[in-house]
Design a protein around this ligand. Structure first.
Ligand code: AMP
Length: 284
């Protein structure tokens, strides 16, 4: 497994691979790799000859009051995980290597899907995501890139971005990987205070309750959102709901009234310090 720490070094590897007709898959991550990230690498493996995992905590996608400094960095373990899952290269640049001029003054901005959900409470977040993903694409030159449905909005935005900009990368979605009790795996789960895990599970329970109602024929967006809110209020009395929304599964536009197409039920709830997100697609 090769390790690169500058975009130029990775690009040289990618050019050589492409010249040899070797297909490249990219799995972008912020490190602290868990089973969810591993599942992305396993999905990527049969799709390409080279599987590049990037490990980079991207400062420009964090707001001033967010957890950039506290974000867990576990490079040695991440390297071992990439090796175990059969990655052929790891890209682990410093902030200076990615942003030699400091904060960039050129950003990639998606404007239709980004304003809702996480974009509403994290202004600028998806500009940072789109910008770093574009930079990673320019360095890794992938044929395919794998993104988790855990970050459903991010996946939808990246799909739109590659369409809009004619970026020749196939975006492959990966299902949400969960703990045995149903909690969506996340690098931030380690910050859930001991004793608050049952409250953290309220997100999953709320989404399953909405799904049960949907399967029982409920199609009213507000009624489904009420189920999300009521479940979280009941099971997570200390939780602070950022959003509990039913949106169009493609455009992420918030829905009202009768739903006629697949819909995304999505939640963001602060449970202690960490802000947890989870989602489920209704009608898929
Ligand atoms: P992150 O390191 O949190 O930025 O995530 C890197 C990639 O892994 C993104 O495409 C995420 O959507 C994906 N990911 C993170 N957690 C999970 C999970 N529990 N299940 C599936 N994909 C995940």
């Amino acid at each position: 497994m090769e390790i690169f720490d500058t975009p130029a070094a990775l690009r040289a590897f990618a050019f050589a691979a492409r010249a040899a007709n070797r297909k490249i898959a990219l799995v972008p991550t912020m490190g602290n790799l868990h089973e969810g990230h591993r599942s992305l690498i396993r999905i990527a493996r049969p799709l390409a000859d080279e599987v590049i995992v990037s490990v980079f905590v991207n400062p420009i996608q964090f707001g001033p009051n967010e957890d950039y400094a506290a974000y867990p960095r576990t490079w040695a373990d991440d390297l071992a995980a990439c090796e175990e899952e059969g990655a052929t290269a790891v890209f682990h640049p410093t902030v200076e290597a990615m942003y030699p001029e400091g904060k960039p003054t050129t950003y990639v901005t998606e404007t239709a899907i980004s304003p809702f959900l996480c974009g509403a409470s994290r202004p600028g977040h998806f500009n940072g995501v789109c910008t770093v993903v574009t930079k990673l694409f320019m360095a890794a030159l992938p044929d395919v890139a794998v993104f988790g449905e855990k970050d459903f909005q991010q996946l939808a935005i990246v799909k739109r971005m590659v369409r809009d900009l004619d970026i020749p990368v196939e975006i492959v979605p990966a299902p949400i990987s969960r703990e045995a009790d149903g909690l969506a795996r996340s690098s931030r789960n380690r910050f859930i205070p001991e004793g608050m895990r049952p409250q953290a599970l309220s997100l999953r329970h709320a989404l399953l309750a909405a799904k049960a109602a949907w399967d029982g024929g409920e199609r009213d967006a507000q009624a489904l959102e009420r189920i999300l809110r009521d479940t979280v209020a009941r099971e997570a009395p200390d939780g602070v709901v950022d959003y509990a929304r039913v949106s169009d599964a493609e455009t992420l536009v918030p829905l009202t009234g009768a739903i006629e197409r697949p819909a995304l039920a999505a939640l963001a709830v602060k449970v202690g310090p960490p802000r947890l997100i989870d989602n489920i697609v209704l009608g898929r």
